[in-house]
Ligand binder design. Structure first.
Ligand code: HBI
Ligand code: FE
Length: 285
């Protein structure tokens, strides 16, 4: 059996796509992980789980504890035994980034694509593509939260319309600023729930502790209009008042007219405060 490949292929995507099924799923090939890979996972897990105690939202901390994945790269089938009864989600192995339509279809059916390869030693803090540490450690704990479980299915179902209306970037920004880089207010203070933050040690601290970075209250239309960068810490974050706000704000919104109005406009650059906006945590004097 081949060692999970971490080379960039001729397709420009990192991962081993040959042999994947039509829906891009692959077996995890857990036995092909080397002792070095399991050791790297343990170190990544130890570093990030220490930060989770003080920086992650309660749902993430509880989800992570239920997954019991500190000792090495977890088996997807073990996680599925926890996820299934809890929220009906299942993990499916993928070689890496997959086409938008395929990604949406998996989510719409409560299947979460998890990349099987692990980052290398020299890229422990951040990488542009998802790997098994980002996908599993960052995303799977939140799949145990009922709100996030429902939201991700709705997001998957929204994909086809966004693509048909040529408004995919607008929908993708919702995912980016919540599932990947979302913050939430809890009684003790601001906490992280986004997987892109939580799988990075530097950004976990930066997103909550930096005094300059822009944090705005979550507003779905504002989020859909805001651009983002994928190769550095975010210049702005959006803060939910609670996780259920995510569903409450989005179910009442008719995306069609919003796409229609904004899809051809240039996005608002990340980190920009518009006239009349008040950053999170500041009150008018
Ligand atoms: N594929 N494996 C993987 N992981 C993602 O997060 C992902 C993807 N394909 C498309 C995609 N994300 C986004 O572009 C969509 O949310 C729009
Ligand atoms: Fe992700």
């Amino acid at each position: 059996m081949k060692t999970p490949c971490t080379e960039t292929t001729t397709s420009g995507l990192r991962g081993e796509y040959e042999g994947a099924a039509d829906d891009y799923t692959v077996g995890q090939h857990w036995h092909a992980y080397t002792p070095e890979m399991h050791d790297r996972w343990r170190r990544l897990h130890a570093r990030q789980s220490a930060l989770v105690e003080t920086h992650a939202c309660a749902a993430f901390r509880e989800g992570l504890a239920r997954l019991d994945c500190a000792d090495g790269i977890p088996r997807f089938e073990d996680a599925n035994a926890v996820l299934g009864p809890a929220t009906g989600w299942q993990l499916v192995g993928v070689p890496g980034f997959i086409p938008d339509a395929v990604f949406f279809d998996h989510l719409a059916h409560r299947r979460f694509p998890v990349t099987r390869w692990l980052r290398e030693e020299h890229e422990l803090d951040y990488l542009v593509e998802p790997d098994v540490f980002h996908d599993f450690f960052g995303h799977v704990p939140m799949l145990l939260d009922p709100t996030i479980a429902d939201f991700l299915e709705l997001y998957g179902k929204a994909g086809a319309r966004a693509m048909a209306m040529d408004a995919l970037p607008m929908l993708a920004r919702i995912y980016w600023y919540t599932i990947e880089f979302g913050l939430v207010r809890e009684t003790e203070g601001l906490r992280v729930f986004g997987a892109g933050i939580i799988s990075s040690s530097g950004e976990t601290q930066f997103s909550l502790e930096d005094r300059e970075v822009l944090r705005l209250p979550f507003d779905p239309v504002r989020v859909m209009r805001t651009g983002y960068t994928i190769d550095s810490f975010q210049k702005g974050y959006f803060v939910l008042e609670s996780l259920p706000q995510l569903i409450e704000d989005l179910v009442g919104l008719d995306f069609g007219p919003v796409y229609e109005r904004w899809r051809h406009e240039a996005p608002i650059p990340a980190g920009t405060l518009l006239t009349g906006e008040i950053p999170f945590g500041e009150t008018i004097a």
